[in-house]
Design a protein around this ligand. Structure first.
Ligand code: S3P
Length: 449
């Protein structure tokens, strides 16, 4: 339990945002199955990314380096090549990490051994059918051991064949599971998504030498077209992956909390260094600019083919254009993990914010629609839950409340930020869960508070 109080002054100062979680996972996975040693700089130290490290250590991969107390933690992954993993002696525990579980489901489907994956209580409730169905079409042999379509599952390595798969969801976890399985298939794998989901796997696979083509080039630049509809990606198997140097940019999903805080607290001005601004992830910035936010990319550069920027965020009064802001469709995959923070932020802004097409939020680390709505209501906000999102009529004065996180890190951090801008005391029931993605969150917040 943690008690928080409203901020007494504007935020000011500089924070270096810790490494991107999605890219950190991928650096270990690809490093492990590449030939040679992959050097990873800026790896995220967190419970989720450690789950991926432990999984590969269990499969005989040596991973050296220290994650503690460095501004940019450095790891060396001694790659085993595509066929060098060994059978884990017990179940791989993905803990709370959906990315670890789903990406490994793809990779393990093609190995010459049987393995199993489990996770914590939250992860064991999350749907795995979305990967089991297409992987089975490729020839994978996957058994679920408790509830149907959920972890734990046992995977019997099998020979795989490429498929042409149209995914019902824009999900990078599904896409990446199929790409990893596709590396071992005997024919190409094609994945079609309703909208482009984060494309870190494609970018990194290509830099490791895989033959990946499709909608990668279109989104290489920071200023890209708005529409990412109907993305198609093709992977042709047959190339060995070669070890690389990977620089992991800061996680925009972590930066989002401080961006929101600076926008909420009058007089604030903060600099967030080294934020990944890949357009398939940067929807939060786009929506905020529609609300009049003042966020300047003062330096734009690339790290390991991923666009990055230093972001200068100054407080400016936010408003909802025409009193109604609709966030949906192709916006959703580009800000899926920032939706709790966006919903909380819009509760402070006069006007109506409608979040739609976001049913995926129900199957994240918690049911993020219901839990955001319940906690915002507890703070006095006018919010309605809908089938695929929520409607927030912002501008009512908000007060501190007892926040129920349901063990969800992004709920804990989002409402910790809200606590700075409401009246009275806020109590967060479980602040430990923040370690899943951002163990240094409160330390970094105190640097600018
Ligand atoms: C992730 C993809 C997203 C995201 C998750 C990380 C990834 O999930 O919400 O936090 O690293 O591939 P979905 O692919 O299920 O949308």
């Amino acid at each position: 339990m943690l008690t928080l109080h409203p901020a007494e002054r504007p935020l000011s100062g500089t924070i270096r945002i810790p490494g991107d979680k999605s890219i950190s996972h991928r650096s270990i996975i690809l490093g492990a199955i590449a030939k040679g040693d992959t050097e990873v700089t800026g790896f995220l130290e967190s419970a989720d990314s450690r789950a991926t490290i432990s999984a590969f250590e269990k499969m005989g991969v040596r991973i050296e380096g220290s994650l503690d107390k460095h501004a940019r933690p450095h790891l060396r992954v001694h790659g085993k090549g595509l066929y060098g993993l060994s059978q884990p002696s017990s179940a791989i525990d993905a803990l709370n990490s959906g990315t670890t579980a789903r990406l490994l489901a793809g990779l393990l489907s093609a190995q010459a051994f049987t393995s199993s994956i489990t996770g914590d209580e939250s992860l064991r409730r999350r749907p795995m059918k979305r990967v089991i169905t297409p992987l089975t079409q490729m020839g994978a042999q996957i058994e679920t051991l408790a509830r149907p379509d959920c972890l734990p599952m046992r995977i019997h390595g099998a020979r795989l064949t490429g498929i042409d798969y149209t995914s019902p969801q824009a999900s990078a976890q599904v896409k990446s599971a199929l790409l990893l399985a596709g590396l071992y298939a005997d024919t190409p794998t094609v994945i079609r998504e309703p909208f482009l989901s984060r494309n870190h796997s494609e970018i990194m696979l290509r830099s490791f030498g895989a033959d990946v083509t499709g909608d990668i080039e279109a989104i290489d630049a920071y200023d890209t077209p708005d529409v990412f509809a109907g993305a198609v990606i093709t992977l042709r198997p047959g190339t060995q992956l070669k070890a690389q140097e990977v620089y992991v940019p800061g996680d925009i999903s972590s930066a989002a909390f401080f961006i929101a805080a600076a926008l909420l607290l009058e007089g604030s001005e903060i600099l967030l260094k080294n934020v990944g601004v890949n357009p398939s992830r940067a929807g939060f910035l786009k929506v905020l600019s529609r609300m009049g936010a003042d966020i300047e990319a003062v330096e734009v550069y690339e790290e390991s083919a991923e666009p990055c920027a230093d972001l200068l965020v100054r407080h400016a009064p936010l408003s909802i254009p025409g009193d109604m802001l609709i966030v949906g469709g192709e916006d959703i995959p580009t800000l899926i993990d920032e939706l709790p923070m966006l919903a909380i932020l819009s509760a402070f802004v006069e006007g109506t914010c409608v979040i739609k097409d976001a049913q995926e939020l129900k199957v994240k680390e918690s049911d993020r629609i219901r839990i955001v709505v319940d906690n915002l209501r507890a703070m006095g906000a006018d919010v309605t839950e809908t089938e695929d999102g929520m409607i927030i009529r912002g501008g009512a004065p908000l007060h501190g409340a007892q926040i129920k996180t349901h063990g969800d890190h992004r709920i804990a951090m989002g409402f910790a930020i809200a606590s700075l801008a409401v009246s009275g005391e806020t109590i967060i029931d479980d602040a430990e869960c923040i370690n899943v993605s951002y163990p240094g969150f409160f330390r970094d917040l105190s640097k600018i508070a």
